[in-house]
Design a protein around this ligand. Structure first.
Ligand SMILES: Nc1ncnc2c1ncn2[C@@H]1O[C@H](COP(=O)(O)OP(=O)(O)OP(=O)(O)O)[C@@H](O)[C@H]1O
Ligand SMILES: [Mg+2]
Length: 583
């Protein structure tokens, strides 16, 4: 109690309670003084009574005014300001108490014993009223009661000496001792209830905050969920694959837009509730069961049927799902119609391209033997035109000549026909190798070009170091040799090389056979040497070169014979190496 009195620190709601009690204030400051006035109007001098009543009214007005101002700022001002204003309130209460003390002293001075006792009774009423009005602020009760009792008992002690008034003094002081703790207790109860109310308000506020947080969170989750459901639906509907969900009886329970479109249904509702096997081609019904029992996620081709009866190919797979305790299957199908059409088109195109390539290759390789044939025929014609064949000797000579030329032409024609076969088999892996003397391949190639080489004064030198039978694609290797020699010849002619010379050397190395064909034609410039094996790469004009020779040669050596075809510049020309593995 003492501790409470040392600081002026009150809960603002308690202060508000004190300030708001208007009826209490009227009773305490107006009604009671008026009652006093009436009671003592014939005993206490009138001017004193008026003074008392007037002072009380003034006090009431002052108090009402400061109370109004105080109420206005009570919940907005700082603590120190609130304390200052509370102090004002307490001062008015003090003056009020002093007035009551003075009034009581006046009765002691002017009234007789019975009226003084009445005054004591009136003071009890005032005290009780003050308990009701002032308790929210314990300071107020304390100041009010103590001031009145001190003044009144002092006047009793000094102005009377009868037994009854001594008793009254003791009684009043005892009252003070009992009254104050009760007032304090009432104050504590009020404080506690206010604090509890605040606590409840705070808890309530917290609870509201939490509820609104939780609601916001829930709403966010809801939005997210509905977004994701929407996204999922959009995903389902925008995918190009047909997605069908069926139950254990193969009844369609959901299908996406692609599915509706592919099956040529008017709407999804046309398909829901129907059996999936009704949309599968008769021949593939069993396959559908296989796909549905296969959980590996592997896709298989499945022929489906549109509502109009037209079939279309798909790639299908299926997956088990459990939804709300029901086992369902999701079947995904990709329409293969377009892909298959494209595949067919591509295949056709690539076949055409292969045929075109084959024709160019044949044409390329026929050029030399055809040239050789025409020069042989030209030889025969010249011989027949210039010779005189009227005796046996000359006839025999002609016969021999014709026989050789005939043999050659036969060989060239043979080569032409083999070339066609070779290219026909170009992309087939089951070609047969021949067991031949390794160098005979070079000899046969030279036979075709020898006429041309001699006529251009090109010298050919050989060093053969293999001299054994080997199993090779003889005709293809011949073509490669021909291409390389022909290139050298072209280059000699173009550059007008003096003493043109081609050297051919064969060697047996640990892992492969080697044919090195080199010339002295000045070589290939370094910036194009890496491109000479590319298809259609040529430095010659269109009539003289297509750029296919070395490309074909590399393919034949590397893809068919598993060997290597390489080129490098030497000091005065170029050297091509053909490497062919032993087996
Ligand atoms: N011995 C060589 N000396 C100099 N350049 C060469 C030689 N061999 C090839 N080349 C160069 O390599 C290029 C490509 O040769 P490739 O045989 O592939 O085609 P091409 O001879 O131009 O035409 P074709 O298809 O008629 O053979 C030639 O255009 C040429 O520039
Ligand atoms: Mg060439």
């Amino acid at each position: 109690m003492i501790k409470t009195l040392t600081v002026l620190d009150y809960n603002r709601e308690l202060i508000e309670l004190l300030l708001l009690d208007k009826i209490g204030a009227i009773a305490l400051y107006l009604a009671m003084p008026v009652a006093y006035f009436i009671l003592f109007q014939n005993i206490v001098p009138l001017e004193m009574l008026f003074g008392f009543l007037f002072s009380q009214i003034v006090m009431y007005i002052i108090r009402t005014n400061i109370t109004r101002d105080f109420l206005e700022v009570l919940f907005t001002e700082e603590d120190s300001q609130v304390r200052r204003m509370l102090r004002f309130q307490l001062i008015t209460i003090f003056f009020n108490a002093v007035l009551w003390g003075v009034a009581a002293t006046l009765t002691v001075m002017y009234a007789d014993e019975s009226l003084i006792l009445m005054m004591i009774a009136a003071l009890f009423i005032v005290f009780t009223l003050s308990l009701a009005v002032l308790t929210p602020i314990f300071h107020a009760v304390f100041i009010f009661i103590v001031t009145i009792i001190v003044i009144f008992t002092t006047s009793l002690v000094f102005l009377t000496d009868t037994y009854i008034f001594n008793l009254s003094t003791v009684f009043l002081l005892a009252y003070l001792v009992l009254f104050l703790p009760v007032a304090y207790k009432v104050y504590r109860v009020m404080l506690k209830s206010i604090q509890q109310k605040e606590e409840i308000l705070f808890l309530n506020y917290n609870l509201e905050l939490r509820i609104s947080d939780a609601t916001a969170e829930l709403e966010a989750k809801n939005t997210k969920l509905s977004n994701s459901v929407e996204n999922f639906q959009t995903l389902l509907d925008t995918t190009m694959e047909m997605i069908i969900i069926i139950d254990s009886n193969k009844i369609i329970i959901d299908i996406n837009r692609a599915g509706v479109d592919l099956l040529m249904a008017k709407s999804k509702e046309d398909l829901l509730g129907r059996r999936l096997p009704d949309f599968v081609d008769d021949k593939d019904r069993q396959k559908l069961s296989l796909i549905m029992n296969n959980n590996s996620g592997e896709a298989s081709e499945l022929s489906m049927r549109k509502i109009g009866g037209e079939s279309f190919p798909t790639l299908a797979n299926s997956q088990n799902v459990v939804q709300k305790g029901k086992r369902l299957r999701i079947i995904t199908m990709q329409d293969l119609t377009q892909i298959q059409q494209k595949e067919r088109l591509l295949l056709q195109q690539s076949r055409m391209a292969q045929m075109g390539e084959m024709l160019s290759m044949i044409a390329h390789q026929w050029r030399q033997p055809l040239g050789a044939i025409s020069s042989a025929i030209f030889g025969i014609q010249t011989k027949l035109a210039t010779g005189k064949y009227d005796n046996r000797d000359s006839n025999e000579d002609l016969y021999k000549f014709l026989n050789t030329k005939h043999k050659r032409i036969n060989e060239y024609v043979q080569f032409l026909s083999t070339t066609i076969d070779d290219f026909r088999n170009f992309f087939k892996p089951d070609k047969k190798k021949e067991l031949v003397m390794f160098e005979s391949t070079i000899g046969r190639a030279l036979l075709i070009v020898e006429g041309s080489l001699t006529s251009h004064g090109i010298d050919v030198a050989y060093t053969f170091n293999v001299n054994e039978k080997v199993e090779i694609f003889q005709n293809e290797i011949m073509q490669v040799i021909l291409n390389i020699i022909k290139n050298s010849e072209d280059n000699f002619i173009e550059k007008g090389t003096k003493n043109p010379k081609i050297r051919i050397e064969t060697n047996k190395m640990p892992a492969h056979y080697e044919i090195v064909i080199s010339d002295n034609g000045g070589g290939i410039s370094e910036h194009i040497i890496d491109s000479v094996f590319e298809p259609y790469f040529s430095t010659k004009d269109e009539k003289n070169g297509s750029g296919l020779g070395l490309y074909m040669s590399k393919m034949m050596i590397e893809e068919h014979s598993g060997g290597l075809l390489q080129v490098e510049n030497t000091k005065d020309g170029v050297a091509f190496s053909i490497l062919i593995p032993h087996f």
